[in-house]
Design a protein around this ligand. Structure first.
Ligand code: FES
Length: 137
């Protein structure tokens, strides 16, 4: 189990490479974490993150992947594989012992810090209903 860092080390909307462990840790804008393998599911070249294009790209045969690993351009036959992410005591851990093969992407693959944990969004303010005499936006 690799301790990637604290939740707050990975702001929403970031992609952090862990080159030795051969994965990218993605934190989506909604706070969800996903650890993607760097290994292209076509013929196992190493993909890189192209920040300009906002895609993972494979230098060997041109496959491209969205930040959730789904295929944008073949010949890759399926999404990037992933690793299990755990969040315990405000620490983000990635289980690099076993790669989880994916044939499709799934929102359930994302892992979220418990509400109120450091680095998570504060609770939404209470909704105040509009009443008489208040402006209607
Ligand atoms: S190995 Fe990645 S596209 Fe062929």
């Amino acid at each position: 189990m690799l301790i990637a860092g604290l939740v707050s080390d990975f702001p929403p909307g970031t992609i952090t490479p862990f080159e030795q462990a051969r994965f990218f840790l993605i934190r989506f804008a909604d706070g969800g974490f996903l650890a993607l393998s760097v290994v292209c599911p076509h013929l196992a070249c190493v993909v890189g993150w192209d920040a300009v294009r906002g895609r993972f790209t494979c230098p060997c045969h041109g496959s491209e992947f969205e930040r959730d690993g789904r295929v944008v351009n073949p010949p890759a036959p399926r999404p990037l594989d992933r690793y299990t992410v755990l969040i315990e005591n405000d620490r983000v851990k990635v289980d690099t012992r076993q790669v989880l093969r994916r044939t499709q992407t799934d929102a359930a693959d994302l892992v979220y810090a418990p509400p109120g944990a450091a680095g998570t969004a504060p609770e939404a303010p209470p909704v105040v209903p509009f009443g008489p005499g208040q402006p209607n936006p």
